[in-house]
Design a protein around this ligand. Structure first.
Ligand SMILES: [Zn+2]
Length: 402
């Protein structure tokens, strides 16, 4: 996932940027909690992690609940597919049955404690016209109070899209050219350009002002990802990928830019941006990158004696969006950081780690097709590190459940 972004994922990332920015309770919620899963006595259930306190609390409010179907838990049999979404004091997720295609969109009302299925993906599929064949799969996701659903032909010549209003469950078939806002600030909206091609790359942005006037800006940029942390004073961070001599895009090499809504200035932050996951706070973006001479973790016997390294070096980097200067926020070489799991919650940066102890192992033998095979089992630990951007302090929360 880290570097091989699927086309539809890119499209979703491009479009999932204005998610709920106008909801004040949304902002207050995400300044306090990280929406996540946790395990309670072996049962996975949705939870809220509070980085200021270091506590995880199940969303099911019954402290004695076993969080199973038998116990009558609203999340009994919890089988989430993809992301969990917060909107208007409710949480939403796709609950799988046999496969993604017959999953339900679930809504859990945090006030009443009630859970309902809004609509199933099987029902949504009935809206799709017969001439649209899903050559590129189905793109879907939660965005800004909606569940979006899009199907494209293999050659991108035809598309069908609809959305479900999460507040009332209404299904709305959209024009095939409809584009969700990429970013909004002070009456100005940016969307992707119609030329967006098979790679999911947008050729600049279409900018619409509060009077409805439109113009294409930054048309020479091949915009790949826009990050959903829009600074309060109107700065948008995005990446632009390199175009090779044969005209194709190198989706693994990106430059990092900042667009200023107020001045129209577009500033290069970094020539070779090492990652596609960032968290942002104040004048800094926080991210992981591969270090030189990474610490050796040991040898993975299951992969024919391959050496394993902590390529993150246990370092969280921060880059100043004005100067491009990159410095160490913290360095904890005993932790293998997961750059894909990075979030900002209020003044805190929360990053996942996954430590595997390759020096300690137990050997298991099992019979597979009448052959005795050997499997090496390594102790591993998953958890989170919380970095306080104000005090610079870190705290480690081991949690094998995430
Ligand atoms: Zn429960």
């Amino acid at each position: 996932m880290k570097k091989t972004l699927l086309i539809l994922t890119v499209v979703l990332l491009l479009l999932c940027t204005a998610c709920g920015k106008n909801e004040t309770n949304h902002d207050a919620f995400f300044d306090t909690f990280l929406l996540t899963d946790m395990k309670v006595d072996g049962i996975t259930t949705p939870a809220l992690f509070n980085p200021a306190k270091g506590t995880s609390t199940p969303i099911c409010t019954d402290p004695l609940c076993a969080h199973t179907k038998d116990a009558g838990c609203p999340f009994g049999g919890y089988n989430k597919v993809g992301d969990i979404h917060y909107h208007n004091n409710a949480i939403y997720y796709l609950s799988g049955k046999q496969s993604l295609l017959d999953s339900d969109i679930m809504r859990y009302d945090m006030e009443s404690g009630k859970i309902d299925s809004i609509v199933s993906l099987t029902e949504l599929a009935e809206y799709v016209p017969a001439d649209i064949k899903s050559g590129n799969g189905i793109g879907h996701g939660f965005i800004d109070g909606y569940f979006r659903y899009i199907i494209r032909n293999a050659d991108f010549t035809a598309a069908f899209q609809l959305r479900v209003d999460l507040d009332n469950g209404k299904v709305e078939v959209l024009d095939k050219n409809y584009r969700y806002p990429t970013a909004e600030y002070d009456g100005i909206t940016l969307t992707t350009t119609p030329e967006m091609d098979y790679t999911g790359v947008s050729y600049g942005f279409v900018k619409t002002d509060d009077k409805g006037n439109t113009e294409t800006i930054l048309a020479d940029r091949r915009i790949q990802i826009t990050f959903d942390d829009l600074l309060s004073d109107g700065k948008l961070i995005y990446t632009d990928c390199y175009q090779r001599e044969d005209g194709k895009y190198d989706l693994e090499r990106q430059r990092l830019w900042m667009y200023d809504f107020k001045t129209g200035e577009d500033r290069l932050i970094m020539e070779e941006f090492p990652d596609v996951y960032i968290a942002m706070h104040g004048d800094y973006i926080y991210h992981v990158k591969d270090v030189e001479n990474p610490p050796v973790l040991g040898v993975d016997m299951n992969s024919e004696g391959k050496e394993r390294f902590n390529t993150s070096g246990g370092i969280l980097w921060r880059t100043n969006i004005y100067t491009g200067e990159c410095e160490i926020a913290f360095e904890m070489p005993e932790y293998t950081l997961m750059g894909t799991q990075i979030d900002r919650v209020g003044q805190y940066i929360v990053i996942g780690y996954h430590n595997v102890d390759y020096k300690n192992y137990t050997v298991e033998e099992f019979v597979h097709h009448n052959v005795v095979e050997t499997w090496y089992q390594y102790p591993e630990e998953i958890g989170r590190i919380v970095y306080d951007t104000v005090s610079g302090r870190t705290a480690v929360y081991p949690d094998a459940s995430t």
